[in-house]
Ligand binder design. Structure first.
Ligand code: NAP
Length: 277
């Protein structure tokens, strides 16, 4: 019988996950289909019960449900629980178990540019859901330091206080980040500044960027944000959010099927949809 996979979010029309996973199911000859469902927050509990009742094989969870879904699942993986957000659910013999592949997706995609995070001085810009998944995953992997700069510094302080891993970390303001940027080897931009309609904006200035620094922006639409454009012009190595998106999907696909999929194929597909090369 054809297996059902899904993504729950609101809005959901823009999601490229259905196209990406349906292509993989057909490529690996797996009898399965992946559907997007726009679910309002007040209907999330019913949606999860309904999916469980019809025997869903697995699903992704996206904004705004990543945290609210936790009490609705039967079991939560330890890292997902620490992060406080689930983006992947697997039906394990009738029990729904939640995982978070966002942070590991980012780190796996980064490995082609930065083979090991150990000893790196990292600055994360932003303290939202994506920042938290990336921060905890990096903190777990022995960086020399990993600091958080956020518009609302209190939110960054909260993240540092909540981090269950013993990395050297502090919360700073965006003006402090601008001043001290030269201290960091790796800068990771996780806010939505740079996405439409704010495509000409950037959350920080790069005047003090260290030579040979690596600058990542987890936005992938546009493929080159203003921040990445400026970083490239200054001679820095850059990475957009496409790798994170594709690797978080690849890690979810692996959890569902046992197959780690062809990531280059996934990237090509998403780039095709985005009108990139
Ligand atoms: P979120 O939880 O809402 O966090 C938003 C962050 O952006 C907060 O740190 C917020 O700062 C900051 N921010 C918002 N407006 C700002 C402004 N005008 N100036 C400075 N900072 C501002 O969002 P999220 O879920 O983490 O997502 C953030 C971005 O990551 C989105 O662009 C999303 O598309 C992208 N993302 C990409 C992937 C991928 O696979 N590549 C995965 C997940 C998310 P305050 O705390 O001060 O409000």
């Amino acid at each position: 019988m054809e297996k059902l996979f899904a993504v729950l979010g609101d809005p959901i029309g823009h999601s490229m996950s259905p196209m990406m996973h349906n292509d993989l199911f057909s490529y690996y000859d797996i009898d399965a289909h992946y559907l997007p469902f726009r679910i309002k927050a007040e209907n999330l509990e019913d949606a999860v019960k309904g999916l469980k009742a019809i025997g869903v094989a697995g699903f992704n969870v996206t904004v705004p449900h990543k945290s609210k879904i936790i009490p609705l699942l039967d079991e939560i993986d330890e890292l997902a629980l620490q992060i406080g957000a689930v983006n992947t659910v697997v039906n394990e013999d009738g029990r729904l178990k939640g995982y978070n592949t966002d942070g590991q997706g980012f780190l796996t995609g980064l490995q082609f540019y930065v083979p090991s995070i150990t000893g790196q001085k990292v600055l994360i810009i932003g303290a939202g859901g994506a920042a938290k998944a990336i921060y905890f995953t990096i903190a777990k992997n022995n960086p020399a330091k990993v600091d958080i700069a956020n518009r609302t510094v209190d939110k960054a302080i909260k993240l540092v206080e909540e981090c269950p891993f013993s990395a050297s970390s502090k919360a700073i303001s965006l003006p402090d980040a601008n001043r001290d940027l030269g201290l960091y080897d790796l800068i990771i931009q996780t806010t939505m500044i740079g996405m439409a309609p704010k495509i000409s904006e950037s959350p920080i200035t790069l005047i003090n960027l260290k030579k040979q620094a690596m600058v990542c922006d987890i936005i992938y639409n546009p493929l080159e944000t203003q921040l990445l454009l400026e970083a490239k012009q200054m001679g820095a190595r850059v990475q957009n959010g496409l790798d994170m998106f594709v690797y978080q999907g690849a890690l979810a696909f692996e959890r569902w099927t046992g197959i780690f999929p062809d990531v280059e194929r996934m990237k090509k597909n998403v780039l095709g949809q985005l009108g990139g090369k």
